[in-house]
Design a protein around this ligand. Structure first.
Ligand code: LLP
Length: 420
């Protein structure tokens, strides 16, 4: 989404200002080609071992994106009945490629997943294992499960999105897992078919993934000795990207290093068991941008503000995690255009409603368009209606064609659920 022609930013042959003119702002724009390129990169990196890439739906649950990936044979990592309904809405047969994670699965969600014939449940507590056994018995259907273990591995990332330490709510302590698998052997409708782990998100080095994989492999070997017939190891998602425009990096090299590290850590198990991988951000973040129009610029004392029509409700990452997103004016810089150090902020009534602070940006005026880059992951999927703001529309670009894949919400949409 970064290429620039002489007059504006574009995505393939499609110019971003034309999209804003047609569908308004704020507007999420996704490149199907960019998503597919990342998906294929992942597939190439793991080509020499049995694997299934299960796209993590929470990163961006747009039906158009799910359909795009389902058609490529992707599997899906889901964390709710709602996400499962999304997968079923685009391709019923994809249920067989669904892995169900999450610490708080409810009985109706387990029932739906069992009925749909999903591939595997990643179980996160003893209580959940018991409930799954009970629901499976009711339906007289075998439930394949993996325990999601907490490997107590530290990975450098934002504390809100780190999950692999014993202080986190996720998974079952790896030291207790073997005993729980032993208990499950006595439960008629359960079948232990794997082990799973996920240590966090936006992790940019391979080391912690390797350390977690090693611990999982050691446990899997013990379970096989104990008599379980495992089919898969789920190594979660979390492979990070570079948001900072100043950092040069090669996504293909990163995913190759990731694959090589995992292979090294798994030893002979890696070639025998199917690897389930759950990338979210790596596949979609850089395929998306949030287009927004500058409403006002103003100076408050020493500070200069650029106020946009997108707010923290549309893209919460900067406010919630202090995340950096590159921001570029969509129009090509006018000759001798000055730059200014500004805060780019939204209209929401919170001082935390910002996209960038003290950022040097080409001087822009009311009416100009900005593109907030790398917004394809955890952008729209975390959007809310705070301040009674309708959520943005979404557009997908495939080759030369752009199409609306989600209408902009209207105020009427927001009010219709309520009664006075
Ligand atoms: N698998 C599991 C079990 C997960 O919990 C997650 C993400 C993933 C896979 C996908 O991780 P990814 O490959 O996208 O890093 N809202 C935050 C990220 C939250 C991640 C939650 N779990 C953000 O905007 O940075």
């Amino acid at each position: 989404m970064r290429p620039r022609s002489k007059d504006s930013l574009h995505c393939g042959p499609v110019k971003l200002p034309e999209l804003a003119a047609k569908w308004g702002t704020p507007l999420y724009v996704y490149s199907a080609d960019a998503i597919l390129a990342r998906f294929r990169m992942f597939a190439r990196a793991f080509a020499d071992q049995p694997h299934l890439v299960c796209y993590s739906v929470k990163a961006n649950s747009s039906l158009a994106i799910l359909k795009l990936l389902a058609d490529q044979g992707a599997g899906f990592d889901i964390v709710s009945g709602g996400e499962l309904e999304r997968v079923l809405a685009v391709k019923k047969a994809a249920a067989a490629r669904v892995v169900f994670s999450g610490v708080g699965k409810t009985a109706p969600e387990l029932d739906l997943a069992l009925r749909s014939g999903i591939r595997i449940f990643n179980v996160e507590s003893e209580g959940e294992l018991e409930l799954l056994a009970e629901r499976a018995a009711k339906q007289r259907r075998k439930a394949r499960f993996a325990l999601r273990v907490n490997p107590d591995v530290f990975a450098e990332t934002h504390p809100y999105i780190s999950t692999g330490l014993s202080a986190h709510k996720f998974g079952i302590a790896i030291s207790e897992a073997r005993a729980l698998y032993a208990r499950a052997r006595g439960m008629r409708w359960l079948e232990a078919s794997g082990v799973s782990v996920h240590i966090g998100s936006q992790i940019r080095e391979a080391g912690p993934f390797g350390a977690a994989a090693e611990r999982v492999a050691a446990l899997a070997a013990e379970l096989e000795q104990d008599g379980d017939h495992l089919r898969s190891l789920d190594l979660g998602g979390g492979l990070g990207i570079e948001y900072d425009e100043g950092t040069s990096w090669d996504p293909e090299a990163r995913v190759l290093e990731y694959a090589t590290t995992l292979r090294g850590s798994l030893g002979s198990l890696g070639g025998r068991l199917e690897l389930l991988l759950e990338p979210g951000r790596f596949l979609v973040a850089q395929a998306g941008a949030l287009l927004t129009e500058v409403l006002y610029t103003k100076q408050n004392g020493a500070k200069r503000f650029v106020i946009t029509d997108a707010g923290m409700n549309d893209l919460i990452r900067p406010s919630l995690y202090g995340a950096h997103h590159a921001i570029e004016p969509v129009a090509a810089p006018r000759r001798e255009q000055k730059t200014a150090v500004v805060d780019v902020v939204g209209p929401v009534c919170e001082s935390g409603d910002f996209f960038a602070r003290d950022r040097e940006l080409a001087a822009v005026e009311a009416g100009d368009l900005l593109a907030i880059l790398d917004a394809g992951a955890y952008g729209m999927s975390l959007a809310s209606n705070y301040n009674t703001r309708p959520r943005p529309a979404e557009v997908m670009i495939e080759g030369k064609k752009a199409r609306l894949v989600r209408k902009r919400e209207s105020i009427a949409d927001l009010l219709k659920m309520e009664r006075v």
